[in-house]
Ligand binder design. Structure first.
Ligand code: BTN
Length: 326
C-alpha cells in the first residue's frame, strides 16, 4: 500500500492550483471520501491550506515553509531524479550522515539520499556539532560507493560547493562563494557547510557520504550567540523565506547533475575555469596558524595554495584557514 498522504499531495501537485474533487482522489487511491477528508485535515495541521468549494472540490492554496518529508517525497515522485536510486525523508534523525552510514552498512542500494527536517546530533567538521533546529533549515546527505582514489575526496567537496554556489546565484541572484575547503559564504558569513566522510580501503574509497547543511529560513534570533556574528541564511539575505521542501527538491536534482559530471570526469576543465570566480579566499591574506601568506587558488588535487611573503608556495591539504586583515 502506497503512502496515502504522499499520493494525495501528488494529486494536488499535478493539479497546479486547480480544484480537484475529493471523490476523484478517493476513487483513484481506493480510499473512502472520509479517509481523504481526514488526511487533508491532518495535512492542514502541518501547515497546508486547502480551499474547499461544494461541487468543485479542493484546491491546494498554501504549503508549509519548513521541510515536509511527504511533500518532498511527492515532489520527487512527480519530478524524479533517477541518478539517486532512493531517498529517505525523515522528520527527525540524529545525523543524516550517520543515518546514511548505517544504511550503507545495511547494504542499501547506492547512490541514495537521506534528508531530515531536524537533526538531534548534527555533526560539523573537526568534531564540531552542526546547529540543526527544526522548521528552518535543510539537512541532507548523499551516499555513494564510487570506487575512486581517496586522493579525489577533496575535489568532490569543492566541486559540490561550487555547483551549489552557481545554483544559488542563478536561482536567487545571491553572491554565494566557497571558502576552502567546505564552507559556503554569503555576504562574509557562513550560509552552508559540507561534511564529506569516507571509508577508505588501501587508498580506494569504499563508500562516501557527503552531508550538506544549508541555513535556509533561520532568522538572526535563531542562531545561538556563538554563531550570531558569523552565520547567515538565504532568507536573511533575500528578505523572505523559502519553501525548504521545494528548495531541497531542486538542490537534489542539481546535486545529481554535479555528481554525474564529477564521476564521468567532465567536471575537470569547468572546475579549473570557474573556481577563481567562486573562490572566497582568492587574493586574501590568510593564516593556518603555522603558515601565513596570500591565498593563491587551489592545486589540481584541491589543496589550497598559499603564497608566502618570500614568494614560495605552501600547499594545504586539509584543515582550515583564517582571514587576516590586509
Ligand atoms: C561544517 O561546516 O562543519 C560541515 C557541516 C555539515 C552539516 C551537515 S547537515 C547534514 C549532514 N549531517 C550531519 O550530521 N552533518 C551534515
Amino acid at each position: 500500500m502506497k503512502n496515502a498522504r504522499i499520493e494525495i499531495l501528488r494529486h494536488f501537485l499535478r493539479a497546479s492550483g486547480q480544484f480537484i474533487s475529493g471523490s476523484a482522489i478517493a476513487a483513484d487511491l481506493g480510499l473512502s471520501r472520509v479517509a481523504v477528508h481526514n488526511h487533508l485535515e491532518s495535512l492542514r495541521e502541518e501547515g497546508f491550506a486547502f480551499d474547499a468549494i461544494r461541487n468543485k472540490g479542493y484546491r491546494l492554496s498554501a504549503e508549509p515553509e519548513p521541510f515536509h518529508a511527504d511533500l518532498f517525497s511527492a515532489l520527487l515522485l512527480e519530478e524524479p531524479c533517477p541518478w539517486f536510486r532512493g531517498a529517505v525523508a525523515l522528520d527527525s534523525v540524529g545525523s543524516t550522515n550517520s543515518e546514511a552510514e548505517r544504511l550503507l552498512a545495511n547494504g542499501t542500494d547506492t547512490p541514495f539520499l537521506v534528508i531530515a527536517k531536524t537533526q538531534t546530533a548534527g555533526r560539523g567538521r573537526r568534531g564540531r556539532s552542526w546547529h540543526s533546529p527544526p522548521d528552518r533549515n535543510l539537512y541532507l546527505s548523499a551516499a555513494f560507493c564510487p570506487s575512486m582514489p581517496a586522493s579525489r575526496l577533496q575535489t568532490i567537496t569543492l566541486w559540490t560547493g561550487l555547483c551549489l554556489c552557481r545554483f544559488l546565484r542563478d536561482s536567487y541572484g545571491l553572491p554565494v562563494m566557497v571558502k576552502w575547503p567546505n564552507d559556503l559564504m554569503l555576504h562574509g558569513k557562513k550560509v552552508a557547510g559540507i561534511l564529506t566522510e569516507a571509508r577508505v580501503d588501501a587508498e580506494t574509497t569504499r563508500d562516501l557520504v557527503l552531508g550538506l547543511g544549508i541555513n535556509v529560513n533561520a532568522r538572526p534570533e535563531d542562531f545561538p550567540a556563538e554563531l550570531s556574528g558569523i552565520a547567515t541564511s538565504l532568507a536573511i539575505a533575500l528578505g523572505h523565506p523559502l519553501s525548504v521542501s521545494r528548495l531541497a527538491h531542486r538542490i537534489v536534482r542539481r546535486l545529481a547533475e554535479a555528481f554525474g559530471e564529477y564521476f564521468s570526469g567532465e567536471f575537470s576543465p569547468e572546475f579549473a575555469h570557474q573556481w577563481p570566480e567562486f573562490d572566497f579566499l582568492r587574493g586574501e591574506r590568510v593564516s593556518t596558524g603555522t603558515v601565513e601568506g596570500r591565498a593563491a587558488g587551489i592545486a589540481s588535487t584541491g589543496s589550497l595554495r598559499i603564497e608566502r611573503d618570500d614568494g614560495s608556495i605552501a600547499l594545504l591539504h586539509s584543515g582550515e584557514v583564517g582571514l587576516l586583515k590586509k
